[in-house]
Design a protein around this ligand. Sequence first.
Ligand code: FES
Length: 180
Amino acid sequence: MEKEVKFSDETLALVHKIMKRYPEGKHKSAIIPILHLAQMEFDGWLSPETMDYVASILRIQPIEVYEVASFYSMFNLKPVGKCLVEVCRTGPCWLLGAEDLVRHIEKKLNIKDGETTADGMFTLKTVECLASCGTAPMMQIGETYHENLTCDKVDQVLNEYRQKGERVTHWDKKHIKAQQ
Ligand code: FES
């Protein structure tokens, strides 16, 4: 049976607090933090049902949510593993071996860029500059930057995440709470 798309009471309360920051009729302005909350609560990605649900809360058309969600690379429009491994592939990281790291991860996890491992643990995604060029090459997992990477360091990091076996979220409710 499919999981019902409905925020938990705690998250829904946060959603309403965020919406109250904007005047009536301007609730669409709350869309980015609410999409982050949705992605966090619904397994790390935004399904069409989730986006429709967000549209109904914001009282806007679903297409308006799709437009925003498909524009920003931090929103995933298809299922991802528990651990989304985002490797920067832009200039400085590329010059310092990002391509080799990506090939190494593909081989280690037996997946290609954009794919998820059979056990649902890892998804590999190459992304544009994550603003940590001074510590290139680097990758982001959840909220953590792993920097000055080598293949050995990547192995170590991935093994640690695999051992924990937990879902790593990109965002946390604490960001909202901190702003209240
Ligand atoms: S180029 Fe990789 S963080 Fe900027």
